[in-house]
Design a protein around this ligand. Structure first.
Ligand code: 13P
Length: 253
């Protein structure tokens, strides 16, 4: 089954207003005329609305890097799904490994964020992935299964059709060590089977699973050639319009 490719740039904690405007404008230029793939930008909250405004007519989608589950209230430091929508976002990354590792977000909290995003009509991009220690001790599938099952708990079948998953092995993020295509494909296929098990095969066939972890212009083509890799969630290489442009145009050049 052919799924529409999705290339997402996670800017993490980078970009002042000026940087963000330049980067968004340059990326928008490289996306002109793109019809067969989706491009998503996930800038920091502080520039979300500027970037959304800048790419409004380009077909580029905007995602937040995290989201709370409540519409408003006493949640200092959090951003609500309504605020993301109001700023021009349509999706939210949830459960990124940096949130899990540095800010100790656990599966239960991440599940609240996933369901909160969906309740307000935002598409969650649920990230999962094992640490090096977990991989080396043979726990990759166990950890990924727990993260997927717990992250999706209570998510209805209709919502699952919209939900995006991202496999980001922690040891490959920002390290220059990409998972081999075999390692990535193996986990992607495992996740797809898991979705078929939790929901149904039809849903699993439709759900897009992105790979993240040192995706670069020189490895995107082989990654995207794998059957179960439907796109990429890109960190460092998404901060440069030329390299992200090459990633967006994978297998074309
Ligand atoms: P890098 O591409 O910098 O390894 O980051 C990946 C990532 O965490 C995307 O969310």
């Amino acid at each position: 089954m052919k799924r529409r490719p999705l290339l997402a740039g996670n800017w993490k904690m980078h970009a002042t207003v000026l940087d963000a405007c330049h980067l968004a404008a340059d990326i928008a230029k490289t996306c002109a005329g793109l019809e067969d793939r989706d491009v998503v930008l996930a800038p920091p909250f502080t520039v979300l609305s500027q970037v959304a405004h800048m790419v409004a007519e380009t077909g580029i989608f905007i995602a937040a890097q995290n989201v709370c589950w409540e519409a408003e209230g006493a949640f200092t430091g959090e951003i609500s799904p309504l605020m993301v929508l109001d700023a021009g976002g349509g999706a939210a990354i949830v459960g990124h490994s940096e949130r899990r590792q540095i800010f100790h977000e656990d599966n239960a909290l991440i599940n609240k964020r996933v369901r909160g995003a969906l309740a307000f009509g935002l598409i969650p991009i649920l990230c999962v992935g094992e640490t090096l220690e977990e991989r080396e001790s043979g726990q990759t599938f166990k950890v990924v299964e727990e993260q997927v099952r717990a992250g999706l708990a209570g998510v209805e079948t209709a919502d699952m059709k919209e939900t995006i998953l991202a496999y980001e092995p922690v040891w490959a993020i920002g390290t220059g060590k990409t998972a081999s295509t075999g390692q990535a494909q193996e986990v992607h296929a495992f996740i797809r089977n898991l979705v078929a098990d939790i929901y149904e095969k039809d849903i699993a066939d439709q759900v897009r699973i992105l790979y993240g972890g040192s995706v670069k212009p020189d490895n995107i083509d082989v990654l995207m050639a794998q059957e179960d890799i439907d796109g990429a969630l890109v960190g460092g290489a998404a901060l440069n319009a030329e390299s992200f442009g090459r990633i967006i145009h994978f297998q074309e050049i």
